[in-house]
Design a protein around this ligand. Structure first.
Ligand SMILES: [Zn+2]
Length: 184
């Protein structure tokens, strides 16, 4: 006989509390305030940045993501554990923030070669012309997160893009060897 599994499905209240009068949303786990940004607003922001700043929009969005990636690690660095364990916590935060279902493959102990698979990526959710990767914020985010988590510099690239019909946005990360880093 098949056993009935009682799996507790997480609810939004498990992660956030809201003070409606004050218009505040609070994160339960890391005790901070948060706000909601619709993916449509994100798409509008991305399009406008590209129109206004042309080629400069890409490094700008990468840098935005990089800063946010670092801030995420700062939140969990207070918790004890090896990078592999902290990555798992970060993936859970990403999921509970509506960032999609992230998974990481590769050497999580050293972080030399990693692949981040972002299923259901919100950063290209409203992309109307899925020709080229547009998830620069995601790439910067992953880059900042991994750099800060391992204390070394890495190069992150979007190697697969959902907009091209590949199912998930995939970011590959490679550690930059010290001798190359010195020349940068
Ligand atoms: Zn994407």
């Amino acid at each position: 006989m098949q056993q009935l599994e009682l799996v507790q499905v997480p609810k939004i209240d498990d992660f956030y509390s809201m003070n409606y009068e004050k218009g505040e949303i609070h994160l339960r786990g890391v005790k901070g305030r948060a706000f909601v940004l619709p993916t449509q607003a994100w798409a509008a922001l991305r399009v406008l940045l590209s129109k206004s700043f042309k080629d400069d929009a890409v490094p700008f969005m990468l840098q935005m993501g990089y800063a946010v990636g670092i801030s995420f690690v700062m939140q969990v660095k207070k918790l004890e554990g090896k990078p592999g364990k902290l990555i798992k916590i970060l993936l859970s935060i990403a999921k509970s923030s509506g960032w999609g279902q992230f998974s990481v493959e590769g050497d999580m102990d050293n972080g030399t070669e990693l692949t981040v698979i972002a299923e259901n990526c919100p950063f290209c959710h409203n992309e109307s012309s899925p020709q080229l990767p547009v998830c620069y914020f995601l790439v910067g985010f992953v880059n900042g997160l991994i750099d800060y988590l391992y204390g070394k510099r890495h190069k992150a690239n979007e190697t697969e893009y959902r907009g091209m019909g590949q199912g998930a946005c995939v970011v590959t990360i490679r550690e930059i060897p010290v001798e190359i880093e010195e020349k940068l």
